[in-house]
Design a binder for this molecule. Structure first.
Ligand code: HEM
Length: 398
């Protein structure tokens, strides 16, 4: 599809793997709230493609995150959310559940995890270097890093981390049969259920231990806490893993800017924001259903109609990010990106995500300044499911 034809269905495939579909600049300019159909079931949906309209929808309580609402643009295969899955809930349950762990994601608390994260990154880089002079960075770092960080955050005992890592590896492997991935998801949930039982019996000084000790006080059930733990594992794994893959790839594709980053580590936080903007991993976008008639971008979205906020388009909105397709690690407005969403459901783990990406990229390029792609860009296998943006493999050499 070329840039001038309005999309007949959603998602709109990419024509270049590192950029969203070329039709979005025209939609943002001419039809920023655009009606189309979903390719998996033909139902109608509104696409919101501009930055200001995206913020307006995500901040508006009249747009629901509940999959069971009429008109919600859910995939047919998605199971109803279990207890505790507050990302799919509206107030007041959303607030009640999010409140129980929000303190765990404040900057001061997360700073305590920094030495552990640095240790994990150092260990992964050591292992990668010991393996020779080539590696698949996805297997060596992108998948194990977020898994081990979640283990640290939740308080998974060291002896169980291999079990955890083997299972998340399967979830991250798009070529694994869907039935196998579902079995592994169920195994992880059962494991987290046992872990919450252990922590309720003998509380430990970690997120789950502290939450288990306060179950009655916070008014949440055992099953809800298991659901929260499962949500954290899912939300904090595939997103980071793919952000590491495509972010590292983009840096390697821009050697001049990468050299500046290695020379001045003070650039790292800004680089992380720019990579979150330029390579938006939530490729499908954020889904909502209107619960009342709401006017957005000159269109009336009626109660019961579905909306997809196309984050990857909003993050290339030229009104906020001049020359938006250019990667610019010095971009002053990069932190305006919507890679972590906006409003009520804005990513709870965003500071933890930033911490991991900052520690990783600062360490990786300082320790391996000669790191480069081992294949041409055309030979890098990108994900094409249009759900999460990323790479299946990232062959590197040094
Ligand atoms: C690069 C990494 C990440 C990206 C791009 C990302 C992106 C997002 C986005 C866009 C949302 C909003 C969903 C919506 O509005 O429907 C979200 C929500 C959420 N994220 Fe993240 N995330 C990342 C990492 C993490 C991590 C590390 C954790 C925790 C371990 C986490 C936990 C959550 C949770 C719990 C929510 C639900 C918040 C709520 O509904 O109130 N995320 N994330």
């Amino acid at each position: 599809m070329d840039a001038s034809t309005p999309p007949s269905s959603y998602p709109v495939p990419r024509t270049c793997p590192i950029d969203p579909a070329p039709v979005y600049p025209r939609l943002r300019a001419e039809q920023p709230v655009f009606r189309t159909t979903l390719d998996f079931d033909g139902s109608e949906v509104w696409l919101v493609t501009g930055h200001a309209d995206a913020r307006a929808v995500l901040a508006d309580h009249r747009f629901s995150s509940d999959f069971s609402r009429e008109g919600f643009p859910a995939r047919m295969t998605v199971r109803p959310p279990g207890p505790g899955t507050f990302i799919r809930m509206d107030p007041p349950d959303h607030a009640r559940l999010r409140r129980t762990i929000v303190g765990e994601f404040r900057a001061k608390r997360l700073e305590k995890l920094r030495p552990a994260i640095q240790g994990i990154v150092d260990g992964l880089v050591d292992t990668m270097l010991r393996g020779g002079d080539t590696a698949d960075l996805v297997q060596a770092i992108a998948l194990p890093l977020p898994t081990l960080v979640i283990c640290e955050l939740l308080g998974v005992p060291y002896g169980d981390r291999e079990f955890f890592q083997e299972r998340t590896q399967v979830i991250g492997d798009q070529s694994a049969p869907p039935a196998r991935r579902q079995v592994v998801r169920d195994e992880l949930r059962a494991y987290l259920d046992r872990l919450v039982c252990d922590k309720t019996a003998g509380p430990t000084d970690d997120l789950l231990g502290r939450a288990a000790a306060r179950l009655d006080e916070d008014g949440i059930t055992h099953d809800e806490l298991v659901g929260i733990a499962t949500l954290l594992m899912i939300a904090g794994f595939e997103t980071i893993a793919n952000q590491i893959g495509v972010g590292t790839l983009l840096l390697l594709q821009h050697p001049g800017q990468l050299a500046a980053l290695v020379k001045d580590p003070g650039l790292v936080p800004g680089a992380v924001e720019e990579l979150l903007r330029h390579q938006t991993v939530i490729d499908y976008g954020l889904r909502r259903a209107a619960t009342e008639d709401v006017e957005v971008g000159g269109q009336t979205i009626r109660a019961g109609e579905g909306v997809v906020v196309v984050l990857s388009s909003a993050n290339r909105d030229e009104r906020i990010f001049p020359d938006p397709d250019r990667l610019d690690l010095y971009r002053p407005e990069a932190q305006e990106h919507l890679g972590f969403g906006f409003g009520l459901h804005q990513c709870l783990g965003q500071l933890l995500a930033r911490l991991q990406l900052q520690v990783l990229w600062a360490t990786l390029f300082a320790r391996i300044p000669t790191l480069r792609l081992a294949v041409d860009l055309d030979d890098v296998p990108f994900r094409t499911d249009m759900f999460v943006h990323g790479v299946h493999e990232l062959p590197v050499t040094w």
